[in-house]
Design a protein around this ligand. Sequence first.
Ligand code: SAM
Length: 268
Amino acid sequence: MRYSKKLGQCFLRDKNIVKKAVDAAHLNSKDKVLEIGLGKGILTEELAERAKKVYVIELDRRLEPFAQGITSRYDNVEVIWGDALKVDFNTLDFNKVVANLPYQISSPITFKLLKHNFDLAVLMYQYEFARRMVAKRGTEDYGRLSVAIQYYGDVEFICKVPPKAFFPRPKVYSAVVKITKKRPEDMLPLEDTQFFEDLLRALFQHKNKIVKRALLDSAHEIGLEEKELKGLLERLDFNLKERVFKLGVEDIVKLSNLLYREINLKNE
Ligand code: SAM
């Protein structure tokens, strides 16, 4: 078989890494797991041994013989042929996610998952991406991705994975990350999710600047003229002299809600 680069086909071959990832998910016989990307099924098999049910989504039909090999041995595995970005997750009843993700879709698939309810996810990413996901405020790797992910869950770095753990070998290191999803009632309330996302983009385009300067320089990202935004910022109860990369998730949620309310007051 010719491995498809476009589909991120670097298959795990190191069983220790498979075990480490599955251990991090603390599976029990009641768990229903979603996996994205069957490959040759090395991870699927370990999941099938430990969980009640495994849904695995795979796009490449050439992998059908591997799917058959697994489903003939495990009756708790269901293979869904299709694009994980298009499959409606509401039709699948799962509480955990474990996957060696195709790197091309790391970001959209993670945000698609985070809008869904589940207990935890253990996922493989490119190392640099993983570092940005888990970065704490005030550090070099901290940015828009860190805040956007940490808004939805607690993120933990599990282990760094060398290229030799896969075949074919990727050019870069990978890492396993665990996301423990916040329950809906524990999430910080947002006035408007889209506004929060726009604000993140505006702020982190200038992450070393103070908040006021960063926002004024990116006013267009939140649909405002610089002059108009300046007036609104003067009325906010927020320390606008703080550097953007020093703001925590809670601070940014507060800023987002204050500014959103101020904009709507002005439009009333
Ligand atoms: N789980 C296997 C392993 O660990 O060896 C395979 C992991 S491999 C990095 C990613 C897998 O995802 C490949 O089998 C690839 O064909 C599949 N894939 C790529 N894009 C996909 C998509 N959009 N939807 C579903 N599966 C996809």
